[in-house]
Design a protein around this ligand. Structure first.
Ligand code: Q9C
Ligand code: ZN
Length: 341
């Protein structure tokens, strides 16, 4: 399998702000450096670097994000410095838009974890191109491809950044695949894929015959970030709204596996032509910001199950923050993929 690796080591948010104080930022360049070392040694891996990614038009990003948001993000270079900037003021319900720079920064984000500087647009663009290139590989006939990059994407919504995410890489993949058929998206990151859900809700609002189905399995919002979304979906909710499984603290391999099975059944009922899998290893038992109890060997079972749907599949890296275990976890996950091709 081809792995499209974007380390973007120049993107280094110095901290995140929690309770008025600076906390270490877990979404570090080291994550991809560790992963690179490991995947280069895997027998069936073909690592592809950004210089060999496909060119991608910024117009594609305006099909999944609002043009206003994309114009804002990609014009940062003219107004920001090397120093990362954090918003201080956010819009509230019934707010208006503003062109004031501090206001705009808050307008397009939802937390204090996701700062911007002059180099951020380039990093976000390269990671999105990784997702795009992986998608083209699958459209060209590869059974699977894996965009392993950062910054991650699944918290970035139609017109907002947040949760370390700026551009929704999984949505880039899904939108591109949709030129050739229906797309099922199954998000297995520890956190709710609120950004991806938001994008496909906007794109399919009131659609009676949706071509995207978004399913997310994640920590309950009453317990963990991003709090304001992702409660378990009622069975009579329309498909365009997506399907959520909100799980509790301490979820084990077996408990997770049951939910995964249900999700895959609902995905196959949808009869997609392609799958996009945003995957996070922050579900692991030793993750510093997670809280599930998944084991390293479970990731092989997880990807084997996903592959049992026998569909062309694009995998997209999201979270996973334990630098000691992320390598073993991705190895286990890729083993399940390679043994199913
Ligand atoms: N200091 C992704 O996994 N909460 N984003 C962190 C710990 C934010 C996670 C609190 C979690 C964002 C892509
Ligand atoms: Zn996560």
């Amino acid at each position: 399998m081809k792995e499209f690796l974007s380390k973007n080591t120049f993107h280094k948010p110095p901290f995140e702000i929690w309770n008025g104080k600076a906390d270490p930022h877990d979404e570090t360049p080291k994550r991809m450096v560790v992963i690179e070392k490991i995947i280069k040694q895997l027998p069936k891996s073909q690592v592809v670097y950004p210089q060999d990614f496909a060119p991608m038009s910024i117009d594609l990003l305006k099909e999944i994000h609002s043009p206003k948001y994309i114009d804002y993000l990609f014009n940062l270079t003219y107004s920001e410095s090397e120093n990362y900037r954090y918003p201080s003021v956010f819009p509230h319900r019934r707010s208006c838009f503003t062109e004031q720079p501090n206001g705009k920064l808050g307008y397009f984000s939802f937390d204090l974890y996701t700062p911007v500087n002059i180099h951020l647009p380039a990093a976000a663009f390269i990671a999105a191109r990784g997702a795009y290139s992986a998608t083209l590989a699958v459209l060209d006939g590869d059974k699977t491809a894996y965009a392993i990059g950062r910054p991650p994407g699944h918290h970035a919504g139609y017109d907002f950044m947040g949760g370390y995410c700026y551009i929704n890489n999984a949505a880039v993949a899904a939108k591109t695949l949709s030129r050739q058929g229906k797309v099922g998206i199954l998000d297995t990151d520890f956190h709710h894929g609120n950004g991806t859900e938001d994008i496909f809700r906007v794109l399919q609002e009131n659609e009676s015959d949706p071509i995207f189905l978004h399913i997310s399995i994640h920590a309950n919002g009453n317990w963990k970030f991003p709090y304001f979304s992702g409660q378990t979906t009622g069975t009579d909710d329309p498909l365009w709204k997506g399907i959520n499984y909100a799980l509790r603290e301490g979820t084990t391999d077996d408990q997770y596996d049951q939910i995964l099975e249900q999700s895959l059944e609902r995905l196959s009922d949808f009869k997609p032509d392609f799958l996009v899998i945003p995957v996070g290893f922050d579900t692991h038992e030793n993750d510093p910001i997670g809280g599930f109890k998944l084991t390293t060997s479970y990731y092989e079972k997880m990807s084997t199950r996903i592959m049992s749907l026998n569909l062309p599949t694009v995998f997209i890296q999201e979270g996973g923050y334990n630098l000691k275990t992320i390598g073993d976890n991705i190895t286990s996950f890729i083993r399940g993929i390679e043994n199913s091709i």
